[in-house]
Design a protein around this ligand. Structure first.
Ligand code: ADP
Length: 375
């Protein structure tokens, strides 16, 4: 099956065609700066251009769409029909930055390719196995039950994919595997996985929680928000902008680019050194917490732009964790390599893997599985 995977973001469209029998990528591309000014490309025009860019003779048999938020109802890949689109419209309030863009892409693609099945694959879905102790926020009943305020978790497609690869590498009975996956990119999250099931994850009701990210702070005392509203002269929109666009590494250094921050830290820039300390301190905090929740650890996985590429970022993330069996071999860690690899010493009780994430492949697999045997 040739599956066209579409990831329609707020200002970009990424697309890739994957042969799900061989898992080869047959074609891919990206359109950026969509809808940012009156004369920039619309999502409909980008979908048309993406389809026109397909090599002659490449027939797409299904489309897999990345959708950020599935709420409580969508915990599996879902065949897209009008009633599902209406339900997804109802979830906009949960992911106002992402879901509307995802939906616009879905509608445009269904219009352009009406004859073939379209499937939604949700970023939240992998985390539907969180136990109530992890997913329930300690808030009054009204907020929990009527407003849907709970931990959902994100990056699920990536955490699912890399934990599957890690399980294959560990060998033995996958039901017993205890794995922590670290997806470290502009957005970052950590997930605790037992037997292939997500048990806890660091993003929560929104992708703002958890690790320190490019422009988001991760965990902060929630009372900072009310303080800013009451005493800081901030509006809700301004607080939203602070928490999503101006915090994290950018708030600490002026730049959200980990490569640049690493360069500055090497040359002694104190803000950059402190930012990397704060960033990795939070990661170690989550590794320790999740190993405790899992009752031990078999593998630690690095993925995402920083996790896959930054030897310094990985080394800082495991600093001082030898006591719990986590260590990396500095030669294996720093050797340039873009493939899946083990970077822990061979004698190490915990395997540390670098696994390039393949969210598009995971979406294509799930799309093909649903199309071949619809539920
Ligand atoms: P997104 O969450 O937008 O998909 P990515 O996963 O592409 O982001 O990660 C982007 C981050 O990865 C940036 O901070 C970038 O500086 C960092 N990064 C990419 N390549 C390297 C590298 N070779 N060394 C260090 N950091 C890198």
């Amino acid at each position: 099956m040739s599956v066209l995977v579409l990831n329609a973001g707020s200002s970009s469209l990424k697309f890739q065609v994957i042969d799900t029998d061989t898992e080869a990528s047959l074609h891919s591309g990206v359109f950026e700066e969509l809808g940012v000014s009156p004369d920039s490309m619309s999502i409909d025009a980008a979908i048309t251009a993406a389809l026109e860019s397909l090599p002659a003779g490449l027939n797409v048999t299904a489309v897999g769409h990345r959708v950020v938020h599935g709420g409580e109802q969508f915990v599996d890949p879902t065949m897209l029909q009008e009633d599902v689109l209406t339900q997804l419209d109802g979830l906009f309030f949960l992911a106002p930055l992402h879901n509307p863009a995802n939906l616009a892409g879905i509608r445009a693609a269904m219009h352009a390719l009406p004859e073939i099945p379209h499937v939604a694959v949700f970023d939240t879905a992998f985390h539907h196995t969180l136990p109530p102790a992890a997913s329930t926020l300690a808030l009054p009943e009204e907020l929990r039950r009527q407003r849907g305020i709970r931990k959902y978790g994100f990056h699920g497609t990536s955490h699912r994919y890399v934990s599957g690869v890690a399980s294959d590498l560990l060998g033995g009975d996958p039901h017993t595997h205890r794995v922590i996956t670290l997806h470290l990119g502009n957005g970052s999250s950590a997930t605790a996985i037992r037997g292939g099931q997500s048990m806890d994850t660091s993003m929560s009701f929104t992708p703002t929680a958890g690790l320190v990210m490019g422009t988001r702070p991760g965990d902060v005392d929630p009372a900072v928000v009310t303080f800013l509203l009451e005493h800081g002269g901030y509006s809700a929109a301004e607080i939203h902008a602070v928490l999503n666009s101006d915090s994290g590494l950018k708030g600490l250094t002026g730049s959200s680019d980990f490569r640049e921050i690493t360069r500055r830290a090497r040359s002694g820039d104190e803000d950059a050194v402190l930012a990397m300390d704060i960033w990795s301190w939070r990661i170690r905090h989550y590794i320790g917490a999740y190993a405790a929740l899992l009752g031990g650890l078999d593998a630690l996985v690095f993925t995402g732009g920083i996790g896959e590429n930054s030897a310094e970022g990985r080394a800082l993330s495991v600093l001082g964790l030898e006591f719990m069996g986590v260590s990396i071999d500095s030669y294996l860690n720093s050797r340039p390599n873009s493939k899946t690899r083990t970077i822990s010493p061979s004698s190490s009780p915990v395997s540390v893997f670098v696994i390039p994430t393949q969210e598009e492949l995971e979406i294509a697999r799930q799309t093909a599985a649903l199309v071949s045997s619809p539920r």
